[in-house]
Write a protein that binds this ligand. Structure first.
Ligand code: ACO
Length: 326
């Protein structure tokens, strides 16, 4: 009988750009306030990449930290998957740029665009490579420079987003690791959360930033996010024959504290067992789940052997979860 192989997190890392923009800073630019932003979203500040600092730079720093934590050399990697919706270039993929910088030549490296679910999608793909025996050591990254798409004059979106990256190194393990992953998408709701320009559709020459901007119907996205996350959490528990009280830590996408609280309520989970970092960096899209995970690991909250539930929801719509024994 062939032995079951799991993908286990061997190390985590993250990186936030140096520049911090507080809610009070934003209130000087648009008609908003720290009270409004904190009450509606839980966000207090966000990090903004410096001029010339790219998604690939953030990803590289997070990856180096994850490799160090795992005690793995870049040359040992046999897969790199990077979730992003703000790649450095149209091509090559940001994963290829990071691969070169790490000195990990030869292994497959590619990007996954699932907006805010990018890391959960990337983790799922890497898990399947490891389970199938196609890879033994994988680097999974979520990295974004979302502020490059932000219209700083639009208070409905400018207050929400930030830049950042997180990464994990996965190693094949015969004992335990990722127990299940669940991915979903619904392309019919495109207009509720989208960026209306691109290479193939074309850019808008007469608009600021060539028309590149986040368009979001916040209220609708909120409702869809809560419903989809409720359902994927149920699906994950049922698939594993678990009770909601079995989960040690919820590590959610950090978009809005009220969405996070709704999922915690569904799990009957006290907020002390939910990792919340949205106050410190806002919505970093693909970067958010691994940023929260790394913060929880490095602070000593998350311990080896504990059961973690990761989940995310984003543009597409896309959503998904991963249940793992850390
Ligand atoms: N400051 C002050 N007032 C504001 C601001 C602001 N920054 N933004 C909006 N308002 C006003 C509105 O104009 C409105 O005023 P009105 O009542 O006079 O018309 C009022 O505040 C309420 O606006 P709503 O949009 O109804 O506020 P809501 O409670 O829905 O909060 C928010 C908005 C925070 C955007 C929320 O809907 C949300 O978080 N949605 C989900 C976003 C999300 O999770 N996205 C995830 C994926 S992102 C990705 O994939 C890239």
């Amino acid at each position: 009988m062939t032995q079951q192989v799991f993908a286990r997190i061997a190390g985590t890392g993250s990186y936030l750009p140096e520049k911090v923009v507080t809610n009070d800073d934003l209130a000087k630019v648009v008609d908003t306030s720290d009270e409004w932003i904190a009450a509606r979203t839980g966000i207090r500040q966000r990090h903004v990449a410096a001029d010339g600092e790219t998604t690939g730079d953030l990803a590289y720093h997070a990856a180096v930290r994850a490799l160090e934590a795992a005690g793995v050399q870049a040359s040992e990697l046999d897969l790199i998957v990077l979730g992003t919706t703000t790649p450095d270039l149209v091509f090559p993929s940001t994963a290829c740029l990071v691969q070169h910088r790490l000195g990990a030549a030869g292994c497959p490296a590619f990007d996954v665009n699932a907006a805010c679910s990018g890391f959960v999608y990337a983790l799922t793909i890497a898990d399947k490579f490891i389970r199938s025996g196609a890879a033994k050591t994988a680097l999974v990254i979520g990295s974004e420079t979302l502020t490059r798409m932000v219209d700083w004059n639009d208070r409905t979106t400018a207050v929400l987003f930030g830049d950042g990256a997180g990464a994990v190194v996965l190693k094949a393990d015969t004992e335990t690791g990722i127990l299940s992953t669940h991915m979903h998408a619904d392309g019919s709701k495109k207009e509720l959360l989208w960026n209306p320009v691109g290479v193939s559709v074309g850019f808008k020459e007469n608009e600021p930033n060539a028309g590149v901007r986040i368009n979001m119907s916040g209220n609708d996205v909120f409702k869809h996010a809560v419903k989809a996350l409720d359902s994927v959490v149920e699906e994950t528990l049922e698939h594993n024959g678990l009770d909601r009280h079995d989960i040690d830590w919820l590590i959610p996408h950090q978009a809005n504290l009220r969405i996070i609280e709704a999922t915690a309520k569904r799990l009957d989970m006290p907020m002390e067992r939910v990792v919340v970092t949205v106050d410190k960096h806002g919505n970093t899209s693909s970067g958010s789940v691994p940023l929260a995970l790394d913060a929880a690991v490095r602070s000593g909250k998350v311990q080896r052997g504990q059961l973690l539930l990761l989940e995310a929801f984003g543009g597409g719509f896309t959503w998904g979860s991963a249940l793992l024994r850390y």
